[in-house]
Write a new protein. Structure first.
Length: 482
């Protein structure tokens, strides 16, 4: 079972690892040169009143027809039980009243990226939908088909069919986007109709936003409101640089802090869908990463907390073979700076399987460059995936042995072993007891759960009460259910 250390001991260990770098040389790790930045095209600010009087109208006319409204309808079962859905009472007394079916509707936006009707939007716009309709700016409406959904990156790829080619917005390169660039946000806020707002790029590589597992957003002050989700963030060349995804707001309205998913990641997910893939899988390198804390940065002599700390390396994986070790700090990826682990995840997600990535690494022996061959995640054994049954709190949950592919999808440390919950369908008893995807089932009634066969054996034996331990978000949770 994986062991953890306290923050102080981790800092002490890191400080010891890097003593030769910090104390054994006149030049500190912080003073060592980083890779030279990639040269970017020069931007020019407005120089005259005439420049300031220019209109965005031509840009809007060229791009707005490709921004669509997405209507997602879902049927939900609302419990009419006097027991309020409590699984204990319903198990013994039964559900006395039938459920009531209700229709719920969600409204969002989308962007046509291929003339054959390929559309990108946010996953949260269409999540759980039974019927998805797309309305174009010219009034035409189409039923859509879901090609791919990815909850981690909050992206969904749809397709509509029509007689004529559809208008599109071409992708831009978000690696050339800079803070201060002027942008337009196009979408359908509050369902009032297509709306265009302007602003600038306020920041790049924003993480800890809390709207999805993805953590390398473009931040903008262009007004974004509910209904803008899935809409386009356009640069001054009329190219798509982001998919508007969320806002930071206490009131529910725009406060000038909006977040967009970079177009380079959107393009990678869309390419997977267009090639017939149903699941987007970033390249696999066999390592997990933690943020560099202020204490660790101080111990290393760094001016600020930056980079991705290697927490664990899978034995014989691509990182292990390339020479990456626990305690190393990844500072750059193919010449691009890495501010935090989410930024590294973004760089990996936008890289191609089969290519070689150069990582700029700060190690115990100083700076080095590590070349890693990016691989597809190892295939899973379908026999290791089960849907649990029986009269127990886990019933209905879909579980699997932890594999590199599942660990990557659920963002589990590469050192985690055992059985993980991969899905909890709506009517599952497990959902009523609060189990969720990503929970690692560690112990049940004193038995360590090494694999799904052990788990099913323990559940088949039955019990008058269930004492178990799960690992969720790195925290071990103990619970008893009678």
């Amino acid at each position: 079972m994986a062991q953890t250390t306290s923050g102080d001991s981790l800092t002490d260990s890191i400080g010891k690892i890097f003593r030769d770098v910090i104390g054994g040389s006149e030049e500190t790790a912080a003073s060592k040169p980083l890779p030279a930045p990639i040269e970017q095209p020069r931007r020019e600010p407005p120089r005259s009143r005439a420049d300031m009087m220019q209109s965005f109208s031509p840009l809007v006319k060229a791009t707005a027809p490709a921004v669509v409204n997405v209507y997602a309808d879902r049927l939900v079962q609302r419990s009419m039980s006097p027991f309020g859905g409590d699984p204990f009472f319903e198990q013994f007394f039964g559900q006395r009243m039938p459920n009531r079916t209700e229709k719920q509707s969600a409204l969002g936006s989308g962007v046509i990226i291929q003339s054959n009707g390929i559309i990108v939007t946010n996953n949260h716009v269409i999540e759980g939908a039974d019927d998805i309709r797309v309305a174009l700016a010219d009034g035409r409406e189409f039923q859509s088909k879901v090609l791919l959904k990815d909850e981690r990156f909050d992206l969904a790829i749809l397709q509509i069919k029509g007689d004529a080619p559809f208008p599109i917005v071409e992708f831009g390169d978000t690696d050339t986007t800079e803070v201060g660039d002027i942008v337009l946000a196009i979408g359908n806020p509050f369902g009032v109709g297509q709306t265009v707002t302007s602003g600038i790029v306020s920041a790049l590589a924003r993480n800890s936003v809390g709207v999805s597992d993805f953590g390398s957003f473009i931040q903008t002050d262009a007004a974004i409101n509910p209904g803008n989700s899935g809409g386009a963030l356009i640069d001054m060349s009329g190219r798509l640089i982001g998919i508007n995804s969320s806002i930071f707001s206490r009131s529910g309205g725009s406060n000038g802090i909006g977040f967009a998913i970079p177009a380079n990641l959107v393009r990678a997910v869309a390419n997977t869908a267009e090639a017939g893939g149903e699941v987007f899988e970033p390249p696999y390198i066999g390592a997990s990463f933690d943020p560099v804390t202020a204490d660790i940065a101080e111990a290393l002599g760094l001016d600020r907390a930056t980079g991705a700390l290697v927490a664990d390396v899978t034995e014989d994986g691509p990182s292990d073979k390339a020479g990456l070790r626990a305690g190393d700090i990844v500072m750059g990826f193919n010449g691009r700076p890495i501010e935090h682990p989410d930024a590294l995840g973004y760089r990996l997600a936008t890289a191609d399987v089969g290519t070689t990535a150069e990582l700029d690494v700060l190690s115990r022996n100083g700076q080095k460059t590590v070349e890693i061959t990016l691989q597809a995640p190892p295939a899973d054994d379908p026999r290791a995936r089960r849907t649990l049954e029986g009269q127990n709190p886990f019933s209905g949950a879909v579980v699997s042995n932890v594999t590199p592919r599942i660990a990557q999808k659920l963002r589990l440390p590469s050192s985690v072993r055992g059985v993980v919950v991969t899905d909890v369908p709506g009517p599952a008893i497990a959902g009523r007891y609060g189990f969720r995807p990503g929970d690692v089932i560690a112990v049940i009634n004193g038995v360590e759960i090494a694999n799904v066969d052990v788990l099913e054996g323990v559940l088949a034996d039955g019990a008058s009460f269930w004492r178990f331990e799960i690992v969720r978000g790195g925290q071990r949770i103990r619970q008893i259910i009678r």
